[in-house]
Design a protein around this ligand. Structure first.
Ligand code: GRF
Length: 202
């Protein structure tokens, strides 16, 4: 079976990117990361791409007249690398219609909470402040909303009495590193079917 070609967008350290690259390289998933794009020049995610010989680009929103032309540039890079599935991995921007229209139900994101709880920024802090006993992470398809698209996989972790934002984030991140490559692998096998809000795993 042909490899699914991936493009990853990341703004920061890129640990989820690393787990996806590793899963591809050891053949655990039938995919290959072809391009990594960051909106932050110093994102460590770009270094990770370099280390693996993966094309990598910094695209600076500030050098474009508007978000649409910024996203057109990103779409061009993704298409140039024949990307079939886009993975957001710590990409700290809302995806606009320019990208969404080019990759309908072909953009995934990982969020560090059990959606629909605690969407948006600082999800782990939100969970602690709310006082939930269980939190976790969610892989979902991206739509026009903030962390609102159809849910593909979730994993839960306990919230402990002495947790800080750091300790809870670390526990959640371990699960992120498991379920994100898994979701990409399911997509690569053609096993995800979106039925309205529900994603059925065949
Ligand atoms: C993760 O917690 C992810 O859920 C969130 O941003 C963080 C990115 O971490 N969207 P990393 O850059 O993959 O290490």
């Amino acid at each position: 079976m042909e490899l699914l070609t991936l493009g990853v967008l990341a703004s920061g350290r890129g640990s989820n990117l690393q787990y996806i690259i590793d899963a591809c390289e050891r053949g655990a998933i039938n995919a290959a990361v072809k391009v990594v794009i960051s909106d932050k020049e110093n994102a460590y995610a770009l270094e990770r791409a370099k280390k693996h010989g993966i094309a990598n680009y910094f695209v600076d929103l500030k050098s474009f007249p508007d978000k649409e032309s910024y996203e057109q540039r990103i779409v061009k890079l993704l298409k140039d690398h024949k990307v079939q599935l886009v993975c957001l991995a710590g990409y700290m921007r809302l995806v606009g219609p320019t990208m969404l229209n080019q990759f309908p139900m072909r953009i995934m994101n990982i969020h560090p909470a059990l959606l629909p709880s605690f969407a948006g920024l600082h999800a782990q802090r939100q969970a602690l402040e709310y006082g939930v006993k269980i939190s976790g992470c969610t892989v979902h398809f991206v739509d026009e909303g903030m962390d609102t698209g159809p849910i593909i996989l979730q994993a839960q972790v306990p919230v402990l009495d002495d947790d800080t934002e750091e300790t809870l984030s670390k526990r959640i991140l371990e699960q992120e590193h498991i379920i994100y490559p898994k979701a990409v692998g399911l997509f690569a096998q053609g096993r995800l079917r979106v039925e309205g809000r529900r994603v059925v795993v065949k």
